[in-house]
Ligand binder design. Structure first.
Ligand SMILES: NC(=O)c1ccc[n+]([C@@H]2O[C@H](COP(=O)([O-])OP(=O)(O)OC[C@H]3O[C@@H](n4cnc5c(N)ncnc54)[C@H](OP(=O)(O)O)[C@@H]3O)[C@@H](O)[C@H]2O)c1
Length: 248
């Protein structure tokens, strides 16, 4: 498939490498221009382009940017055909994103993102830590393969998201419509806990909406205390141990 990725940070750089390695035709962009993109992001064939170019002439656009930047890039998608599938990896962290009143009031994060963009989206790759995503992918059928929940309102768009998750080395798990995707938001049992396909249904079902923000913020506080800032991502071993202790 032809894929355009906006964002080459912790998650976007791994998406670029994995989807290029899987044989997809990948373009990537950031906010500062193609010349600022680390060449290792392009090691499997992706091309660095300006953001406006990354979203044109592709089958799939993947947004891997901070959630509060989504309104900024919405104009780029205005002329993108409705057949182009838009997949969003974002999560809401108020310490990073500033408080967003609608989400603080309980709006599901993916529904808020879709509203900003004025189009349907798929929510995928949001519920795996960056280190697990980079290091723990395995071929389909591998015992204990980690699953990643994929939510969307359109069945065919969700199927595209699940197939691409498979191409990145993880089981794509059908997590239903966007309205249910709060069950894979930060603080939920399925969030960054590296569960298998068999473990995923119970984890999604046991999420308690009112507890998620408090648990999310406890995790951020623990990571900041340990790593010293809010931008360094924890390694997989600690990150998963912490997430399982707090969220499950
Ligand atoms: N880190 C994780 O473990 C993790 C896991 C799952 C999901 N997520 C979510 O996935 C999203 C990306 O996370 P991340 O950790 O990869 O972020 P990150 O490391 O901070 O990288 C953000 C990327 O977005 C780009 N960007 C920002 N504004 C942009 C714009 N207006 N146009 C084009 N590109 C823009 C940045 O480019 P510049 O540097 O040029 O501004 C950068 O390449 C977030 O919503 C996050 O919550 C993160």
């Amino acid at each position: 498939m032809k894929i355009g990725i906006l964002g080459v940070g912790h998650i976007g750089k791994t998406l670029s490498r994995k989807l290029g390695a899987a044989g997809h035709d990948v373009k990537v962009a950031n906010s500062r221009g193609p010349e600022t993109i680390d060449p290792t992001v392009l090691a499997t064939g992706a091309r660095a382009v300006p953001a406006a170019e990354a979203v044109q002439g592709v089958d799939v656009v993947i947004l891997s940017i901070p959630l509060n930047r989504i309104p900024d890039i919405a104009p780029l998608l205005t002329n993108v055909p409705t057949e182009t599938v838009v997949i969003d990896t974002s999560n809401y962290y108020p310490a990073r994103d500033s408080e967003i009143a609608a989400i603080e009031a309980g709006r599901v994060e993916s529904l808020w993102a879709a509203e900003q963009l004025g189009r349907s989206i798929v929510k995928a790759w949001n519920a795996i830590g960056s280190d697990s995503f980079a290091l723990k992918g395995t071929p389909a059928g591998t015992p204990g393969r980690i699953a990643i929940p994929v939510a969307a309102d359109d069945d065919s768009e969700r199927a595209v998201g699940m197939a691409l998750v498979e191409d990145t080395g993880f089981d794509g798990f059908d997590a239903g419509p966007l309205a249910q995707s709060w069950r894979q938001q930060p603080g939920a049992p399925a969030y960054c806990t590296d569960l298998t396909r068999d473990e995923m249904p119970a984890a999604l079902a046991s999420a308690e909406a009112a507890r998620l923000p408090k648990r999310r913020d406890l995790a951020v506080a623990a990571i900041v205390e340990r790593l010293g800032d809010g931008t360094t991502n924890p390694g997989s071993e600690y990150g998963v141990r912490l997430s399982r202790a707090l969220y499950m």
